[in-house]
Design a protein around this ligand. Structure first.
Ligand SMILES: Nc1ncnc2c1ncn2[C@@H]1O[C@H](COP(=O)(O)OP(=O)(O)OP(=O)(O)O)[C@@H](O)[C@H]1O
Ligand SMILES: [Mg+2]
Length: 427
């Protein structure tokens, strides 16, 4: 396809532009770049539309919770206005804050209220100091320094239809969680029409919300799973449209497989693949070769914490040591296992490890490595479950699985074809 050839100047411009579409480290903030998640979007809009319902969005680290929370405003707006056809529906107040470690119930709501101004008996987003007609929520409602559940309820009763989002809720102080449960109870009992959305890292709701059974009727639980292959493909499709590039089927499949449902990696590998094909190949057609070349760059730029964990787990002064090989075999086993919680059986590591080492291995070859991976000295990169004869393992940090694949190709532990073939079976 000749029209996909570009000059070096055009390639440089494309390399810069690509970073606007692929943002491995930044949550999505606009609907144009937000891919997939239809089911979750519908659940969200339904819950906001029903008075008395509140929402908890939870899931693994890095699956896209903040991105979903960021598009709540445009999503709700689209539903309220029936896709923009109803022009006289007033916009809702939507406020989002992040909880930090040490935050309490009072400090979280204090942050929230600082983002709201009281003007002409109405709440508006954004308090501008010195603007005469505005007062702060504290002043308007005569609030105490320490905010209680009752006070917050009283304030919220004056803000019908509003949505309050607390991200990173898992980082707030544990005691805080009970007060949130009490608030949800109070909002329901008093039939106050506003929605509280709690967002945090956790596999189950009870890890995030204390005593959640007591508010189960008032709570919509949205468990955000890893993204499906089609949804990750959509991220690439959006970039194709914006950047006028084209991923070959092989290249797109490989990126999707490597990402393991974690959109961070689709963005990271996608970005470097576009740049590689542009700068090295002067082309807007991205092939599998470009993806492999890009992996080296992607490894360098992966989140530092992930790289550090990998290095701590596999470090050894012995040349013959097999830690990197065994960890790679574990990552492949995890990718192939299809367990929803990411567990894999220890016995299943034999086959991929034999392939990597190009010789038959037995369980005894790597059993010590597995137990070391669970110990602090190797950063406890894996966790173990079950009985000695049938231990199951999983990666504590799911981001380590794709990172391990990238590291393996960047250091030639596994060649392109082997990795592509092994991953091909994983989805
Ligand atoms: N629906 C989506 N479409 C496109 N990209 C997405 C989507 N969801 C997430 N991403 C991308 O994936 C990466 C991680 O997303 P995000 O920060 O929202 O995850 P998270 O679950 O909040 O992570 P953490 O657990 O670290 O808070 C970001 O680069 C973001 O741009
Ligand atoms: Mg987040």
């Amino acid at each position: 396809m000749n029209d996909m050839r570009i000059t070096f100047e055009q390639a440089q411009a494309l390399a810069v532009q690509a970073a606007k579409v692929f943002q491995p480290r930044t949550p999505i903030s606009t609907q144009e770049l937000f891919a997939g998640r239809w089911q979750e979007i519908t659940a969200l809009a339904d819950a906001v539309g029903q008075p008395g319902l509140h929402i908890v969005i939870h899931g693994e680290r890095g699956v896209g919770k903040t991105s979903l929370a960021n598009v709540v405003r445009p999503i709700i707006r689209a539903f309220d206005t029936e896709g923009g056809t109803l022009t006289d529906v007033p916009p809702r107040l939507v406020i989002k804050v992040n909880a930090n470690s040490g935050d309490t119930f009072s400090s979280v709501w204090d942050k929230m209220f600082r983002d709201i101004a009281w003007q002409d008996d109405h709440p508006t987003a954004g308090l501008i100091r010195g603007r005469k007609s505005q007062t702060s929520i504290r002043e308007a409602f005569g609030l105490d320094d320490k905010l209680t559940v009752d006070e917050v309820r009283r304030v919220l009763s004056h803000m019908p239809g509003s949505v309050f989002i607390i991200d990173e809720f898992d980082r707030a102080a544990k005691e805080t969680s009970q007060e949130f449960t009490d608030l949800v109870k109070a909002l329901s009992d008093f039939e106050i029409d506003c929605t509280v959305v709690v967002v945090g890292v956790s596999e189950t709701v009870d890890q995030l919300i204390a005593d959640h059974a007591s508010i189960s009727r008032s709570l919509t639980q949205i468990h955000l799973p890893r993204m499906q292959a089609g949804e990750l493909r959509e991220i690439l499709a959006k970039s194709e449209k914006t950047l006028s590039v084209k991923f070959s089927d092989e290249a797109a499949n490989l990126i999707v497989h490597l990402s393991q449902g974690l959109p961070h990696y689709t963005h990271l590998i996608g970005l470097h693949s576009v740049r590689t094909s542009a700068l090295k190949g002067l082309s807007k057609n991205i092939g599998r070769k470009d993806v492999f070349l890009a992996l080296k760059e992607a490894v360098k730029q992966a989140q530092q914490t992930v790289a550090e964990k990998h290095s701590k787990a596999t470090h050894s002064t012995h040349k013959e040591a097999l830690f990197r090989h065994v960890l790679l075999a574990c990552a492949l086993t995890a990718a192939l296992s299809h367990d929803s919680l990411g567990y894999f059986n220890q016995g299943a590591v034999v086959e991929p490890l034999s392939k990597i080492l190009k010789k038959d291995v037995e369980f005894a070859t790597f059993s010590n490595h597995l137990s070391e991976f669970c110990q602090e000295k190797r950063g406890a990169i894996l966790e173990r479950d079950g009985q000695p004869r049938s231990y199951r393992f999983r990666f504590r940090d799911p981001l380590l699985v794709p990172f391990t694949f990238m590291d393996a190709t960047a250091t030639d532990l596994l060649n392109e074809k082997q990795l592509a073939d092994m991953l091909e079976r994983s989805l």
